[in-house]
Design a protein around this ligand. Structure first.
Ligand code: ATP
Ligand code: GAR
Ligand code: MG
Length: 387
């Protein structure tokens, strides 16, 4: 006796993928988790898991041909995206599409699509293949500017430069930290925004649904806290919706996208987009009745996606490690959960390194400010200890 269901294969098995698999299993799917290291968070809930180098074209192709999933769901950027395009050509379903995975894997693909094809407002930018080219770009763009490896995420290898003397360090930082070794960076005008937001945008068979804006705060290019809803003027929300629809329509396919925008009083700028759930969207685990993970799975399966409202003002606060530990524990969870209306998700990553996210605190309150205070207060009661 067996219940036969579709098979979903997840490429990248971190904290976001873990929640996707939980939602997939709620709808009866068979789940396979894949990542570069064993005991990744989503592997703890998957029916089956594999450890491979997902940037290795042959290894990725072999695995997918063997598993033969109904849905291939990328969860990170650093994948062999040409392999996904080949597999899609052979009839496999890649979420949202193999082209979306390829274009968003490197900052150049998505930036050129947004700024040059779709004419969406972005920071002024150039690309550089050497320190000399970076210096040349800085002469055109002026200071401050932001330097990022063409392939990286969570702020890895990213620097803000205020002066020409900062460029050499920025170049070296980008070269050392890019997820896939690549001698190319994007150099961007620094936008002095008032706030930055993620607009979770769901492309479903029943149409495109936009979630209320999520505000967030990042330090060194990595998310620290997020909240929903985030106040925008009607004009800012109009601009945000226009950009979110334009970029997601251009990428196509079914699933959720995290559209990252910078908000200034007069103008909303496109920054980047994830064709998958977004880290700042973890707040939706408490703020919405269908989280970004539930919405992703519904859309992937072709099920209806209803309009999304915020149930109650909510916030999330990341728990990031300060040190590298091979054995560790979280202390203070009991104290943290004494803060009213809080929850915690512990990812159980097998090791830490400085800046690695190991958990997240979620909070609700009557106002966004209070939800943020609760999430932060609970976070501050937690410590990470070597064990
Ligand atoms: N041009 C810019 N002007 C001002 N701030 C910027 C600029 N580019 C990036 N930042 C800041 O750095 C953060 C991270 O940048 P970005 O989203 O491009 O990096 P990332 O490594 O892809 O991050 P993630 O994978 O977490 O989305 C932004 O959310 C923003 O706070
Ligand atoms: N901004 C992208 C993002 O948040 N991605 C999330 O972090 C994991 C990698 O974490 P790790 O680097 O700690 O292994 C990814 O697998 C994904 O869940
Ligand atoms: Mg980003």
């Amino acid at each position: 006796m067996a219940y036969h269901s579709a098979k979903l294969l997840l490429l990248g098995s971190g904290e976001l993928g873990k929640e996707v698999l939980i939602e997939a299993q709620r709808l009866g799917l068979y789940t396979v988790a894949v990542d570069r290291y064993p005991d990744a968070p989503a592997m703890a809930v998957a029916h089956k898991s594999h450890v491979i180098n997902m940037t290795d074209a042959d290894a990725l192709y072999e695995l997918i041909k063997t598993e033969h999933p109904d849905y291939i769901v990328p969860e990170i950027e650093a994948l062999s995206t040409p392999t996904l395009e080949i597999l899609e050509g052979e009839g496999f379903r890649v979420i949202p599409t193999a082209r979306a995975a390829r274009l968003t894997m490197d900052r150049e693909g998505i930036r050129r699509l947004a700024a040059e094809t779709l004419n969406l407002p972005t920071a002024r930018y150039e690309f550089a293949n050497s320190l000399q080219e970076l210096e040349e770009a800085a002469r055109h763009l002026g200071f401050p500017l932001v330097v990022k490896p063409i392939m990286s995420s969570s702020g890895k290898g990213q620097s803000v430069c205020y002066d020409p003397v900062d460029l050499k360090t920025a170049w070296n930082t980008a070269m050392e930290a890019g997820r896939v070794h690549n001698q190319r960076v994007i150099v961007e005008e620094f936008i002095a925004f008032d706030s930055e937001i993620t607009v979770l945008t769901v492309r479903s068979k029943t149409g495109t649904v936009l979630c209320p804006a999520i505000g967030h705060r990042q330090v060194h290019g990595d998310y620290i806290e997020s909240w929903q809803p985030h106040f925008l003027t009607p004009s800012q929300w109009d601009q945000a919706q226009f950009i979110a629809r334009a970029i997601t329509d251009a990428l196509g396919g079914l699933g959720i996208f995290g559209v990252e925008l910078f908000v200034t009083p007069e103008r909303v700028y496109f920054s980047e987009v994830s064709p998958r759930p977004h880290d700042t969207g973890m707040v939706t685990m408490v703020s919405q009745s269908l989280s970004e993970f539930a919405l992703h799975v519904r859309a992937i399966l072709g099920f209806p996606v209803p309009p999304v409202d915020v149930l109650k003002p909510s916030a999330s606060y990341a728990i990031k490690a300060d040190h590298a530990y091979t054995n560790y524990r979280l202390n203070g969870v009991e104290d943290a959960l004494q803060v009213p209306s809080t929850q915690i998700r512990i990812f159980a990553k097998p090791t830490t390194y400085p800046g690695r996210r190991v958990g997240v605190v979620l909070a609700q309150a009557d106002t966004v400010d209070e939800a943020r205070q609760r999430a932060q207060q609970a976070r501050e009661r937690i410590t990470i200890q070597e064990s």
